[in-house]
Design a binder for this molecule. Structure first.
Ligand code: 4AD
Ligand code: MG
Length: 429
């Protein structure tokens, strides 16, 4: 059977067609019932007339509730007044399941919609969100495949922290405490010695107590690791990758962006190169807009929001103070208090979507930094080994796909960018 979008063309006008899907809207007046049906491809109006149908059939159609699952058959007509410009003059129908009242009506609160996310996913808005996410995930992988990278998989149950101990989720592993992975980075680093260019897409877990509009406790993390390149070359790749993903969404999901009131032209205009601004300079920018930050302070969600409101393209922030970043980032030989890192901040108030850096590849430097961070060297033996056997300069990054999706769709909260958000307060549905 054809989809609603496939049927809704001039070629089928005057022919008998069939569609199936769910009742999106229904109203009756003066012996005519208008049923707007939706499927994954779109919507179409199906018109049932009392004087053209057996009484029981007409009554059954007129009594369908929202989200009943149905199949309609009839002749396709052009009709300027219907939502898609086409309608089906119904001559027969089948009901798969008839509902009375669908629990979600237009004016329900946010918590109610979150509790009923399994049903709210069917809304036309969320259908568009899911389609755009699908494009983003695919485009990320395509970009790296097209550039000669290999996709790899890494464990989710781990015994070492990557991004510090404070956001680790502890799990009972047959009586032993282990953790849910915060980042695939260290495992990706082990794989560059066989493949040189690798990427992965996987959930990362963070016991984030912060209740912001951009933090989840489980999020989708897209990470890459590359041998032989430095921090600047890593940024070159990332800006091309971001624009590649944006362009694919604009090409493939223009209708979905419009459904979400996101102007595709704003995204199309975000061409690289993206400005590369040192952390020390960002502190000056922050001060110039009245934020009382001093050198050495971390940028929180709110500061990044205010700073990135000033920009119409993503910006890289480089050279963070060493103390603000994890132990694996090398110091900048020209500025020993700073590291060779980059965060990519999305414009329009969205803030950090990528965290990346060059990696320490010298053995002694690595040992020294692990000790400074008071970490247990023996737990990291395999990570340290990489600096003993054929170590090479390399860089990598992690992109929060839900944050990227949130920005691309211009959503208010990261919860609206993922089907089943996991936050400090939510583990259902
Ligand atoms: O900046 P982060 O912590 O960097 C790392 O994990 C590196 N090990 C990645 C790497 O170099 N391979 O996280 C990377 C990105 C952030 O920029 C953000 O987009 C996303 O992951 N992220 C979150 N997204 C949603 N909710 C959270 N709680 C997130 N924490 C990080
Ligand atoms: Mg970060």
């Amino acid at each position: 059977m054809l989809s609603i979008a496939e049927v809704s063309t001039k070629a089928y006008v005057g022919s008998k067609v069939s569609i199936r899907g769910w009742v999106y809207r229904i109203r009756s007046s003066g012996g005519v019932t208008f049923v707007v049906v939706r499927d994954s491809s779109g919507i179409i109006q199906c018109t049932a007339r009392k004087n053209e149908l057996p009484q029981d059939v007409y009554d059954e159609i007129a009594s369908l509730g929202i989200e009943s699952s149905v199949e309609f058959h009839g002749v396709l007509k052009e009709d300027k007044r219907s939502p898609s410009g086409y309608e089906i003059a119904v001559d027969s129908f089948r009901v798969y399941q008839k509902n009375d009242v669908f629990p979600i009506t237009k004016d329900q609160g946010e918590e109610f919609l979150l509790d009923n996310r399994h049903l709210w996913l069917r809304s036309r808005e969320f259908t568009s969100v899911l389609k755009i996410r699908s494009t983003i995930f695919r485009a990320f992988a395509d970009f790296f495949y097209e550039n000669g990278y290999y996709q790899v998989q890494t464990p989710f149950m781990v015994s070492t922290a990557v991004e510090g101990g404070s956001t680790l989720f502890k799990v009972d592993f047959f009586g032993e405490p282990i953790y849910l992975n915060q980042s695939a980075q260290f495992y990706l680093e082990t794989m560059i010695y066989s493949l040189e260019k690798v990427f992965t897409i996987a959930p990362s877990f963070r016991a984030e107590k912060s209740r912001t509009r951009r933090h989840l406790t489980e999020y989708w993390h897209a990470e890459a690791e590359v041998a032989w390149i430095d921090n600047n070359e890593m940024m070159d790749i990332e800006e091309r990758m971001i624009y590649y993903i944006i362009s694919r969404v604009v090409e493939e999901n223009e209708g979905d962006l419009r459904m979400l009131n996101r102007d595709p032209e704003i995204l199309r205009a975000m061409k690289p190169p993206y400005p590369r601004i040192r952390y020390s300079e960002i502190i000056r920018v922050a001060n110039s807009i009245g934020l009382p930050l001093k050198y050495g302070d971390d940028l929180g969600a709110d500061e990044e929001r205010q700073i990135t409101m000033k920009y119409d393209r993503p910006i890289f922030v480089t050279n963070y103070p060493k103390d603000l970043k994890p132990f694996y980032m090398p110091v900048d030989p020209e500025n020993p208090g700073e590291v060779l890192n980059h965060d990519l901040l999305a414009p329009e108030g969205y803030g950090e979507i990528i965290g990346g850096s060059q990696r320490i590849w010298n053995y002694d430097e690595m040992i020294q930094r692990i000790r400074e961070a008071n970490l247990d060297e023996s737990a990291y033996y395999w990570y340290i080994d990489l600096r003993k056997y054929g170590s090479v300069p390399h860089s990598g990054f992690g992109l929060g796909l839900d944050r990227l999706a949130m920005w691309v769709m211009h959503l208010d909260n990261i919860r609206e960018a993922i089907p089943y958000p996991r936050t400090i307060r939510r583990t259902k549905p």
